[in-house]
Design a protein around this ligand. Structure first.
Ligand code: NAD
Length: 304
């Protein structure tokens, strides 16, 4: 059997496929024309957010049984066309949970201790000790909006840091909450009572601009907002206003309504905002796990 790897994949994932006795063909991000040629005799294909697996590609692959997306999100795969042919589509949504959680915690520390600001000043030759008064996290309240895979990982770290944990999720998992010492409350209570609010919801209709002017106004003036979910969960204009008028103390952002974030965007003007370029899942471990998990699923399916 033959597997087409159409995007960069960790070598350990390739080994899983080879050890199962599959032929592995590698072509990085082929265009549709090339992909149509390559899929003619393959049993499985592995992609990341690219390339697109279109209806035409699927129709050109008579032996195809599995389409695997190493990572989260299936927007580049024509799911209807796959379903029509009975082709299984698999992914690895849990592979990056710990990495995203650790980035969110890093952003919290960074904003709370003004690390990025201090570093910028050091490079300018300014010893900005007086401007770098920070706050501790121990004993503070962390509000986690969306208590799923990532939210749970954050809660575990928060517990170890001695933080109080408030949770908001329309589908509360009480058992996991108990494990991390978290308490479910409604969103308004969470926003009012938290010293740090961190967002880990999917972007759906109900979460689009979930954090708007009205809700930012509920937050403490000393609070920090973290968004490593999706940019549009926060109304960016409202956030810029909140920062400019001091409704909150700072923000740490990994995701934006427009990506890449345009140069000179208003968010880049605040000293109390830390920005990263959507790197939540960008760790060696997350990439390795994403590859190995889809490779193992392919082996399981193709070997029956
Ligand atoms: P998940 O599905 O495990 O958890 C999401 C949680 O949000 C679920 O418990 C769900 O019940 C809850 N939820 C749904 N609607 C809600 C609402 N209206 N209000 C509050 N909670 C709601 O997902 P996850 O793996 O924890 O990932 C969360 C999000 O993180 C993803 O959807 C993705 O957008 C984002 N993400 C970002 C990066 C990054 O690089 N920054 C990487 C991976 C995932």
């Amino acid at each position: 059997m033959k597997v087409l790897v159409a995007a960069p994949l960790h070598e350990r994932a390739i080994s899983v496929l080879r050890e199962a006795g599959f032929d592995v063909v590698y072509e990085e991000y082929p265009d549709e024309k090339k992909l149509v040629e390559l899929v003619k005799d393959v049993d499985a294909i592995i992609v990341r957010s690219k390339p697109k697996v279109t209806k035409r590609v699927i129709e050109s692959a008579p032996k195809l049984k599995v389409i695997a997306r190493a990572g989260v999100g299936l927007d580049n795969i024509d799911l209807d066309a796959a379903k029509e042919r009975g082709i299984k589509v698999v992914n690895s949504p849990a592979a990056s949970s710990r990495s995203v959680a650790e980035l969110a915690i890093a952003l919290i520390f960074n904003v709370a201790r003004k690390i990025a600001f201090a570093d910028r000043k050091m490079r300018e030759g300014v010893w900005a000790k007086k401007q770098c008064m920070g706050t501790e996290l121990e004993g503070k309240t962390l509000g986690i909006v969306g208590f799923g895979r990532i939210g749970y990982q954050i809660a575990k770290i928060a517990k170890a840091l001695g933080m109080n944990v408030l949770l908001y999720d329309p589908y509360p998992n009480e058992e996991r909450a108990k494990e991390v010492g978290g308490k479910f409350v409604d969103l308004e209570t969470l926003l009012r009572e938290s010293d740090v609010v961190t967002l880990h919801v999917p972007l759906v209709e109900a979460t689009y601009h979930m954090i708007n002017e009205e809700r930012l106004k509920l937050m403490k003036k000393t609070a920090i907002l973290i968004n490593a979910a999706r940019g549009a969960v926060v109304d960016t204009k409202a956030l810029v206003k909140a920062l400019a008028e001091g409704w909150i103390a700072g923000a740490g952002l990994d995701v934006y309504e427009e990506e890449p974030l345009p140069k000179d965007h208003p968010l880049t003007k605040f000293d109390n905002v830390v920005l990263t370029p959507h790197i939540g899942a960008s760790t060696v471990e997350a990439q390795m796990r994403a590859g190995v998990q889809v490779a193992e699923q392919i082996v399981e399916i193709l070997k029956g």
